[in-house]
Design a protein around this ligand. Structure first.
Ligand SMILES: Cc1ncc(C[n+]2csc(CCOP(=O)(O)OP(=O)(O)O)c2C)c(N)n1
Ligand SMILES: [Mg+2]
Length: 355
C-alpha cells in the first residue's frame, strides 16, 4: 500500500469498497440516471482507449490520455443543464460527446483537420484549451455575462493541478469571486503536471485552500467516484444559480496513464502507486457499485461497450474520409494583409506537399 499523500486525505465519497466502506447514495438520482451515468463513463473510456490505439497506428496525432479521469468529467457534466457552458482543457477533449458532439469531429481535431472545429454556441462547449489555464478568465467572463443578462445558465471550467500556478487561473478565479459569477472551477488534481508532482506545485496544504483567497467555497472530492463528483457539482451549480457565486471543486485522483502519448512516466512516477490507482479506477468502481445494487448485468455492460465501440469505429472512418484540408489554412486568419514572405512560404509548401 503506497503512502497516502495530503492531496488524498478527507475526500468526499459516495461509492464504498464492497467490504469495509459502505455504499452511500445520492438523493434524487433514479435508477435510469445511474444507468445513464454508466453509459457516459463507458463512452469516455472507449473514446480514450481507442484514441491511444489510433495514435499508435498513426491515425491521430499526439494524444492527451484521460484514462481514469472519466468520473470527473461524466459526474460533473451530469449535474449541468444543456444551457450551461463547458470550458474543457485538453484533458477533457472528449467531454463534448456527452452533449452529442460527434466523435468524428473530436477525432478530426486530433488529426489536425479543420473539420475538427465546431461552433461553441451549437453545443455550449468551448473549444479545447491547450494553453494551461487561459480559458479560466474566458469562462469567468461568460458566466458573469449570463448573470448580467439575467439568464439562469452557469459555466464550468476544467483545468489541472498545475494550472493553479498560472496567472490566468488566479485572474479568472478572482474576477468570478468579485463578480459573484455563476461559475464552477473544476480542478482535476491528478497530482502531476507532466513530471512535476503536486507537492512541488504549491505550498498550500490542499488546492481547495486556494478558494478561500477568492471568497468562494473549496470542496474536495474523490475524483474516481462519479457519484461524489456529481453531488459536489450539483451543489456548486445550485449555488451558482441562486446568485451565490463561484465554487472551486478539487477532484483528486492519481494520474495512472502517461501525461500524453509522447511521455514516458517511468522516468519519474511511482509505478507501484500507478498500479494501485489502476486497481481502483473509476469505471470498475462504478460497475461494482451498480452490480451490488443489482443494476448491471454482464449482458447490459457488454451492450454499452459495443455501442461505444461502434460510435468510435464510425467516427474514425468518417474522420479519415474527410478530404485533406487546403494548405492555405495554415497561413490564413493570422493577417488581414499577409506579408509577401508568407505567400512564398505557402507556395513552397504546396510545391513540397502538393495541393
Ligand atoms: C501556458 C502553458 N505553459 C506550459 C504548457 C506546457 N504544458 C502542457 S501540459 C502541462 C502540465 C499541466 O498540468 P496540469 O495543469 O496538472 O494538467 P494535467 O495535464 O495533469 O491534466 C504543461 C506545463 C502549456 N500547454 N501552456
Ligand atoms: Mg495534473
Amino acid at each position: 500500500m503506497a503512502r497516502v499523500l495530503p492531496a488524498e486525505r478527507d475526500l468526499r465519497r459516495v461509492i464504498g469498497d464492497g467490504e469495509r466502506v459502505p455504499d452511500g447514495e445520492v438523493e434524487g438520482l433514479t435508477e435510469a440516471d445511474l444507468i445513464e451515468l454508466h453509459r457516459w463513463l463507458v463512452l469516455l473510456r472507449t473514446y480514450d482507449e481507442r484514441s491511444v490505439v489510433y495514435h499508435s497506428q498513426g491515425r491521430i496525432g499526439t494524444y492527451a490520455i484521460f484514462w481514469n479521469h472519466e468520473a470527473m468529467q461524466a459526474g460533473s457534466v451530469y449535474a449541468l443543464e444543456r444551457e450551461d457552458w463547458i470550458f474543457p482543457s485538453y484533458r477533457e477533449c472528449a467531454i463534448g460527446l456527452l452533449r452529442g458532439l460527434p466523435a468524428e469531429t473530436l477525432l478530426s481535431w486530433w488529426r489536425g483537420h479543420p473539420s475538427g472545429w465546431w461552433n461553441p454556441a451549437d453545443w455550449n462547449v468551448a473549444s479545447i484549451c491547450v494553453p494551461i489555464g487561459t480559458h479560466v478568465p474566458h469562462a469567468a467572463g461568460l458566466a458573469w455575462g449570463k448573470k448580467l443578462r439575467g439568464e439562469s445558465a452557469c459555466a464550468i471550467v476544467y483545468f489541472g493541478d498545475g494550472a493553479t500556478s498560472e496567472g490566468s487561473f488566479h485572474e479568472g478565479a478572482n474576477l468570478a469571486g468579485v463578480m459573484r459569477a455563476p461559475l464552477v472551477l473544476f480542478c482535476n488534481n491528478n497530482q502531476w503536471a507532466i513530471s512535476t508532482p503536486v507537492q512541488e506545485q504549491t505550498a498550500a496544504k490542499t488546492l481547495a485552500d486556494k478558494a478561500a483567497g477568492y471568497g468562494m467555497p473549496g470542496v474536495r472530492v474523490d475524483g474516481a467516484d462519479v457519484l461524489a463528483v456529481y453531488e459536489a457539482t450539483r451543489e456548486a451549480v445550485a449555488r451558482a444559480r441562486a446568485g451565490e457565486g463561484p465554487t472551486f471543486i478539487e477532484a483528486v485522483t492519481y494520474r495512472s496513464a502517461p501525461h500524453a502519448t509522447a511521455d514516458d512516466p517511468a522516468a519519474y512516477i511511482d509505478l507501484a502507486r500507478v498500479e494501485e490507482a489502476k486497481e481502483h479506477e473509476c469505471l470498475g468502481r462504478y460497475e461494482a457499485y451498480l452490480r451490488r445494487l443489482g443494476l448491471l448485468s454482464d449482458e447490459a455492460a457488454e451492450a454499452v461497450r459495443v455501442e461505444a465501440a461502434e460510435l468510435m469505429r464510425a467516427g474514425i472512418a468518417a474522420a479519415e474520409a474527410e478530404p485533406p484540408a487546403d494548405l492555405g489554412l495554415v497561413f490564413s486568419h493570422a493577417y488581414a494583409d499577409p506579408p509577401a514572405s508568407l505567400e512564398d512560404d505557402l507556395a513552397e509548401l504546396r510545391r513540397i506537399l502538393g495541393g
